[in-house]
Design a protein around this ligand. Structure first.
Ligand code: HEC
Ligand code: HEC
Length: 122
């Protein structure tokens, strides 16, 4: 009987903790095994665009979607699509790049959040 009562008390706590975690995790595109790898990737993205975390994030809660974060998420989708559907094929047949990710934010952005879309006049 005691066990059942304990269960009745513990179960709702476990469930609500689970819901809280879901709320603070708003990853729709990325999959990382650890928080550490996620942070590492985020640092790379920031450097590739020459910005700080707060360019995309509300620092009080990084799961909140901001305008820049939403664009960035679509860019991540595009990057993954390109690597998977196009460059994976080239990479396999040429064996030139090994493990290097061919398309990254750097490929276009080169350290700025406003990549050049027109070749500068000479
Ligand atoms: C160019 C925009 C951009 C920058 C800069 C950026 N992030 Fe992110 N971050 C994202 C996007 C987009 C997602 C959500 C990805 C998804 O949906 O899979 C995200 C998700 C996260 C999450 C997971 C939030 C959650 O939902 O629980 C953490 C933590 C995070 N970023 C930390 C950082 C840190 C720390 C920095 C600075 C070193 C940083 N980010 C810089 C775009 C950015
Ligand atoms: C194939 C080229 C390409 C790649 C790869 C790319 N971007 Fe972009 N990105 C662009 C272009 C071009 C623009 C500017 C569009 C415009 O001027 O309207 C842009 C704009 C943006 C903006 C909006 C900037 C603003 O001023 O509003 C963000 C944020 C962004 N990119 C994030 C990323 C992130 C994060 C990655 C890597 C996951 C990435 N991009 C990879 C081409 C690229």
């Amino acid at each position: 009987m005691r066990n059942i009562i304990q269960l009745l008390i513990i179960f709702p706590i476990v469930v609500s903790l689970g819901i809280m975690q879901d709320k603070s995790n708003n990853l729709q595109v990325l999959e990382f095994e650890s928080e550490r790898n996620l942070k590492k990737y985020m640092k790379t993205v920031s450097k590739d665009l020459g910005v700080k975390c707060k360019y995309c994030h509300d620092l009080n809660d990084k799961s909140i979607d901001t305008d820049h974060k939403k664009i960035a998420r679509e860019m991540m989708r595009m990057q993954m699509d390109l690597n998977k559907s196009f460059f994976a094929l080239l990479g396999d047949s040429l064996h030139m790049h090994g493990e290097i990710t061919q398309i990254s934010c750097w490929t276009c952005h080169r350290g700025t959040n406003e990549p050049q879309t027109v070749r500068p006049k000479e």
